[in-house]
Design a protein around this ligand. Sequence first.
Ligand code: ARG
Ligand code: ASP
Length: 724
Amino acid sequence: MKYLRHLTISFLVSVFSIIARADEGMWLPLFLQQLNEKQMKTMGMKISAKDIYNINGGSLKDAIVSFGGFCTGEVISNKGLVLTNHHCGFDAVQNHSTLDHNYIKDGFWAKNNSEELPNSGLFVTFIVRIEDASSQVLRGVTAQMTESERQSTIDKNIAELQKGVKKESYQESFVRSFFEGNQYFLFVTETYRDVRLVGAPPAAIGNFGKDTDNWMWPRHTGDFSMFRIYAGKDNKPADYSPDNVPYTPKRSLSISMSGMKEGDFTMVFGFPGRTNQYLHSAAVEQIMTVNDPAKIAIREKALGVIDGFMRKDEQIKIQYAAKYASIQNAYKKWQGEVLGLTSTNAVGKKKAYEAIFNQRVNANPALKDKYGSLPGDLESAYGELKPYGYARDYYLEITSKIELLTIAGWINSLKTAFDKDGETGYQKRLKQIKTALAGLYEEYSPVVDEKLFEVLMKMYTENQDEVYQSPFLRDRLKIAGNDYAALASGLYNSVDLDDKNATLAMLEKPSSEVLAYYKNNAAIKLYTDLVNTYNQSVTKNLNQIQARINKLNRTYMQAQMEVMKEKKFYPDANSTLRITYGNVKGYAPRDAVKYDFYTYLDGVMDKYKPGDYEFDVPEKLRSLYKSKDFGPYGTNGKMPVCFIAMNHTTGGNSGSPALDARGNLVGLNFDRVWEGTMSDINYDPSICRNIMVDIRYVLFIVDKFAGAGHLVKEMKLVYGPAGK
Ligand code: ARG
Ligand code: ASP
């Protein structure tokens, strides 16, 4: 008996540890009170769920914006000042930079409103309210429907629902699917389209450590930039106009000057992009062993090529910097993901969870009837997906890295447009292409591209089954005597698409001449053959299997919510507003290695390499460090820089505010630690940490380094420990 009881307890403990983790989750703000408030308070929160999200009165959510749809930002003054990451505002900084005014290198600070720089296309979106729309959207949907019948019923319901949404004329609304299509929510939003650049530190601070430090802890990056929202004179959204005025927000965040201690409560409020938390173990295993490794291998080769040229050639270094960083970002993330999934035995843990699920389902005839076949069906569907998923990754990763193919695709679309809509269609498309091409050629070197073609096409032909390979490519390879360098130079020498001037000049000619000129272009032929081969050998099967998997995942999601009742479910990230919370904490990634939770300016100086591309430190920052001139922002003679906590975040959470127990701004989220990037698939409290820049470092850089103290004067600073 005693033994039995012991066994039950240990079983329960292990079930508990598989099912419930305090720090995991990206929660919907409207359910905070119901699902999370109690736990948040236990963990140290001193405000209520209503202070965070309340549609009937002011709450913190009124200070949070989706920044351009890809990052998060927050309002930090009653004059519409917005804080986000340097890497989120980078495009704006880059667009305003010239050789004479190099804001990337030197930073930029507007001394007054009139110097703030407009950014066409940039917007910020506030969430006015969120409503559960599941019952309306799913009205009339039955289990017997085919997927397309289901979708058309849903589309009709959404259209109907949208017509009746109560909102102001300047507001928008949209509906999103949650929990794999088991639930739907309506969002009413307000989008401001005049967002101006206020300031950014030099890249040597805003992107200190660049690719070497990206995804890494300990980190020393001041990854922030500032913008201002402008509105019409009525404070409502308006297109850019010199007459617009700084926006008066419903709410702006107060800023805590107190910093964080280990164990302190913190939450991150923002717009996480995409996660996959409820996948079957078969899917996780496939990501780890098939998809991630394939994509990593391709990017490794591509990065090797680009890096080789960047090191030798200053011009190429400038042209390829942004491209290199973006290829490298996911490359490094996937490596961390595989490492973390492996080291935390994610597949084993998923299997243990599935064993409990299966046991419960099989013990109950009604559940068994509904869900008994799910695990087997999922496993076989993922088994079938495997070759097509691999072929998809190969095709997409390789073709997107070879820009000659992108150019060929665009030129080819002129013909498609002409065939479909005649001269009008052609001219419309031509306009888009000219802009796109001008942008592409700015950051393009034919030599680099040719080498990428040589190296990546070798992978394309050698690492996948012949049925997935373009016959046109294989023929040309044979003609080139199976020599990939000859294949590449043969192609690049026979076309002039890689020549900016020739191509742009050609496009000025009448459509008939242009279409005739490119009719037999080898790069365009290769492009179309690659696309056709892919469509025939992959797309059709892939889409069918994927549709089956989507349906199975929807049922599996519903089943988990029904069967694993003790688990609190949060929906996967889908770029909608979420809140995540946890405590400030270091971590131990490997045997004998333990990381502290804070970094200081001392660490910046430790990493300092004069003149280095990644680790140079501006002279002014060095001298402030030397004289310990930290103003009111330092603490005990030191200047805090970054800290980590257990908040569950993902891409899109960049720029999100890190808030303390009182809801005051203490930091700016910008990254995660490398060992824990698998939190997108399986959050593990032992190694998953988000990285934030300390708000005091932000203020120190603005005030002491950049001399833009007038901005700090706009903000509301609060002193004293978070709990007081
Ligand atoms: N890892 C950060 C996030 O995923 C990006 C940081 C940008 N910096 C860089 N060196 N790429 O997006
Ligand atoms: N760096 C990411 C972003 O830009 C954040 C993350 O993936 O943790 O959104």
